[in-house]
Design a protein around this ligand. Sequence first.
Ligand SMILES: Cc1ncc(COP(=O)(O)O)c(C=O)c1O
Length: 428
Amino acid sequence: MGQDRRKFIKAMGIGSVAAIATPAQVWAKVKEPIHSAVRDITDQKQHTTDAYWKTIQSQFRFADGLTYFNNASLGACPVPIREATMQFRNTLDDFPSKYMWGGWDTEKENTRKKVADLFSVSQEEIALIHNTTEGMNLIARSMNLQPGDEVISANHEHASASSPWKVWQEDKGIRIVRPVLPILPENVEEIVDVYRKAITSKTKVISICHLVNTNGMILPVKEVSQMAQEKGILVAVDGAQGAGMFNVDLADLGCDFYTMSAHKWLFSPKGIGIFYAKKESQVHLKPLMVARGYKDTSIRRLENYNTRNLPELLGLGAALEYRTAIGSQKIHDRTYELKHYFRDQIKNYPKLRLKTPALDSLSAGIQTVEILGKDVKEVKKQLFEAYGIDCRPMSGFGLNAVRISLAIFISKKQIDILVNALNNIANT
Ligand SMILES: Cc1ncc(COP(=O)(O)O)c(C=O)c1O
């Protein structure tokens, strides 16, 4: 290169190729805040004490004065994961064309592997999508249903899971069967029975939520899948509220499809979803969108959007590293510990009524409670305005109850404050 050209390049401030970070360098940089957060967690000697959970709580950040009992609406993302995702965004925007189409393939596959390991399945059964809504659309739009075919979708299904079937009903004359679930079942068989009775010779799909967003009831996906499999019926699970809150072993559940929003209980950046399809059931699926590579025979064909939210996808990988450091079993156990603590407190107050089934097989980290004689919308308003507590009011199904999410960043002290606040509102 001539001296004049070199001078010109320098004067223009044009960088040299050596300034571009390799994916490995980016990961090394990104991992530091995660590792230091993880060190803070693992250095604690007593891994189940409140002090241990206080350290984890300190790694989440909320607006001043806010107590967030609303993880079921939208999950919180720990600060180290936010920082890691920001690094991915910055790296991408420093050189936009480099990473999107191949530069981060290995990291993307590593994330897929981490997801597969967490849910005890093969990485060839996992697609990385955007959310549960997309996953349910992907399933419904793929099906080859005929007029008169039946899809079971119980009355507590979320609109994201029932709407794609409604479109089928409106356009093609399939029939949606909507059995009514009990609000406070006392055992699992009560719910299995509802599904058993809804099945007919025309049933093609059972669309079932793992944990309903209304009153936090867990539905018996394993038992329903066994029943369905014997009759050649496909089972599609909306796992938006299940995955990450408690242990989920997809191979053991035996369903055909399971879709989740990682931005809820997996605490990932927003706009990342996970889609599981059992190897032998993948033949039923067609991509919602097609782009170059649509003939890929692997499950990756279902996530092929060309330009997409890659920093958030890698942020999910970071969120799973963080989760693994804590340990899934520990998260599962803590969720149930908080549930029992909350329910035991509520039982002390006659004007507070639990609207979520008691058994651990029937509920976990979402609990609903009604204040007798008070309108839930007013209760929600007072909780926020007087105490800075955010939660979701649930009016449907006669619940008239606030929905309380007990994620791992919630402390027992915060539960005390919440219960005290509910009792105060009950007595005003
Ligand atoms: C049970 C259930 N399914 C589906 C969804 C939709 O989730 P997303 O908006 O992430 O697709 C939600 C959201 O709250 C939900 O609770």
